[in-house]
Write a protein that binds this ligand. Sequence first.
Ligand SMILES: Cc1ncc(COP(=O)(O)O)c(C=O)c1O
Length: 429
Amino acid sequence: MSKRYEKSEALLDLTLKSIPLGTQTFSKSTTQFPRGVSPYFIQKGKGSQVWDVDGNQYTDFINSLAAITLGYNDPDVDAAVKAQMEDGVIFSLAHPIERIVAEKLIEMVPCAEKVRFGKNGSDATAGCVRLARAFTGRDRIAVCGYHGWQDWYIGSTARNRGVPKATRELTHPFQYNKIETLDELFRKHPGEFAGVIMEAKNSVDPIPGWHESVKELTHKHGALLIFDETITGFRYANGGAQELFGVTPDLASFGKGLANGYPVSAVVGRGDVMKLMEEIFFSFTFGGETLSLAAAGATLEKLRTKPVIKTMRENGERVKKLVAERIQRYDLGETLSISGDPTWSFVNFLEHPKTSPWITKTLFLQEMLARGIMILTTHNMSYAHTDADIDGLTNAYDEVLPMISEGVRTGTVEKMLKCKPLEPLFKLR
Ligand SMILES: Cc1ncc(COP(=O)(O)O)c(C=O)c1O
């Protein structure tokens, strides 16, 4: 085991005694970070940088699973949270800040006529789904992308242990850019779909007219269109993917970047549908927690007054370009590809006769992490990334991709691992 991660490893062993998986979030666990060549605990962050418990410094391209858009410890967000803390966190009645943030969302997001807050993205997607079911009086839901941990969605994936069969049977995946797969669902269950929920775009670009055709087909069958903007919101554009693509859904869920890492999410949408929030049950103790709402208010203000998205987009374009160039330069076109929005670009690991995607990914992570690049397989850009950060990323790619190339050429990728390869996982995107 590398000395570099000595404290992380010891702490992981200790933590596993009290916390299954050693973390609260699947994507921060040993299922994603190969054991022996990864850190497991971060002590602190500032801007684009984080420090693990061994004192190693990284430029972060995970950014807390895309929840950080402004950078860690953004001074304006911190100031808003501290000011609110003076008054208190949560009370026995609603706090005026709820309306202030709701109004900001209504101004910024095209489909938002009314707003309710949750804590995690999963609260918001589940809220949208319950609303769609209540509004239409129907049960089935079509899904495209990842939509969180709750029964209604995760039951449709391979990681569905613990979800009742009756629930699983109501959720139906369809394929991105393949309208016939959605059409087939509607034909198979006429009049039974309450809603279609999708990530407007994740790793693949939409074909021309994709969102329009999904909206038209969904409405033709009397269902509601829901955009899951948990990641795309306040990342692709100030008004989310719906603004970027010019297609307004009936409902949308937001989370992640809404408050630069503070735990708050939102269900927004058409007034007549949102009115049903008064009849369904969408209610929890911490729904109006004010520190996160103060953070959301400051984050939204910064998005409106500073070139946050423009900067993330420009730096992200540079990242996509430099990776694409190097994939060519190091003859890795059959092993790797790069895709997605510049603010959230994906390194794709391809099936190859001389290596598996999981083995290649393990080597990639082993070497990028060793060079101070905190990455899974996406570049989640933040406003805090600097030119020097992008130069550091370029240098890392310039060292790591030739290694992978040599490994693939000689069929020795697995031999280059200092750890066991990652186990293949259920794929969501
Ligand atoms: C598109 C999308 N929807 C929903 C969720 C669930 O959000 P949370 O993990 O905050 O519950 C996620 C989380 O990664 C997501 O990426």
